[in-house]
Write a protein that binds this ligand. Structure first.
Ligand code: GDD
Ligand code: MG
Length: 344
């Protein structure tokens, strides 16, 4: 089976992390986020992934390349964002039989084989993978009848609108038959959630609920942090992250769980606290303490700094004696001058 992966979003809620790189290549525990998704797809013998890209497509291609452990990667570009529906329509020529369609920011171990069985048993033209959550307002909510047929699809309803404790949400995982695409025009902007799914209700449209699985939409800094912590604490079954070859000067300490990329230098008596990730080719200055931080590649931190709960994007330079204690994100190439104080 082939997979179509939507990777065209600008990742606005993840800014400034996504200012210079698209969400799918954002490093999570020093590994591009998309590799976790491809690793999951490999388990289900997906032979080709068609990535429909729009935002910074060349950066995406440079990092991901043309294949991942035997999965062929094909790229389709949009000049302007066509929305989730318009992007899927663009991949139509690759969608011969049943196709797996995915939101490109979903991290999960959802059982695709079971979902496919369910889809085939029902002779469905579309099946949505569902996951139950309490905080459903940021997602598409799907109501089913007792046969699993979709009764209603509501994109991002308010708590007041639905008034339930918990709801089945669209997990961003679809099995689609080619006829679903016949309902859309090529080159037009569509939201599959708002303009296509509601119209499929009553037409062999099913929802498949998975329980006790890992599922996360990496769309906000909080969820990016959560995913990183889950990887470090081994709460997610796919583990790709490993320490690189780094240099540790006398007295430097590294507390676990944490990760440090290759070519990084920890100067004398510096300290990396638990749940921190340090990227490749970074420098952590003498006596500096980094606690619960995510530091991307090529970041230089001077001596006697204290940094806690900070996400630091690539290329940032933080001069000596700086203290940052407020939960914060420093964008790519940020320069912080010596003795700066952020957060008291
Ligand atoms: N190619 C392309 N073009 N891709 C797009 C476009 C576009 O115009 N717009 C969004 N995407 C991609 C994003 O890159 C992302 O991978 C995916 O489509 C979903 O977009 P998000 O912006 O992340 O949507 P969301 O998280 O608010 O909501 C969606 O995902 C939820 C589950 O993760 C919806 O599908 C919800 O119904 C769903 O519950
Ligand atoms: Mg999302």
């Amino acid at each position: 089976m082939k997979a179509v992966i939507l990777v065209g979003g600008e990742g606005t809620r993840l800014r400034p992390i996504t200012l210079m790189m698209p969400k799918p290549v954002t490093p999570v525990a020093n590994v591009p986020m998309m590799f976790y998704m491809l690793e999951w797809l490999k388990k289900y013998k997906i032979e080709e992934a068609i990535l429909v890209a729009c935002y910074l497509p060349e950066k995406l291609r440079k990092v991901l390349g043309n294949s991942y452990k035997g999965i062929k990667l094909t790229y389709i570009y949009e000049e302007t964002p066509l929305g989730t529906g318009g992007a899927i329509k663009r991949a139509q020529k690759h969608m011969k039989g049943t196709t797996l369609v995915l939101n490109g920011d979903v991290i999960t171990d959802f059982n695709i084989a079971k979902m496919l069985q369910f889809h085939n048993k029902n002779c469905a033209q579309a099946t949505i993978g569902l996951f139950s959550v309490k905080n459903y307002s940021a997602f598409g909510v799907v109501e089913l009848d007792n046969t699993g047929s979709v009764k209603r699809f509501l994109e991002k309803p308010s708590k007041e609108e639905l008034n339930v404790e918990e709801a089945n949400i669209n997990a961003g995982i679809y099995l689609l038959e080619p006829e679903v695409l016949e309902r859309m025009k090529y080159g037009k902007k569509y939201s599959i959630e708002r303009e296509v799914f509601p119209g499929l209700v009553g037409r062999s449209f099913y929802g498949f609920v998975e329980k006790n699985i890992y599922w996360l939409d990496m769309g906000t800094p909080e969820r990016f942090r959560k995913f990183t912590t889950d990887i470090l604490e081994k709460n997610y079954s796919i583990c790709l992250a490993v320490n690189g070859k780094y240099l540790k000067a006398a007295g430097a300490k590294v507390f676990k769980p944490s990760l440090i990329g290759g070519g990084t230098r920890l100067e004398k008596n510096s300290s990396i606290g638990a749940l921190s990730v340090i990227g490749k080719n970074c420098r952590i200055g003498e006596n500096s303490v980094v606690e619960n931080c995510i530091v991307f590649d090529g970041v230089k931190i001077g001596k006697n700094c204290f940094l806690k709960n900070v996400i630091i994007c690539s290329g940032a330079k933080i001069a000596e004696e700086t203290k940052i204690t407020a939960e914060s994100i420093l964008g790519p190439n940020t320069v912080i001058t010596a003795y700066s104080r952020i957060g008291g």
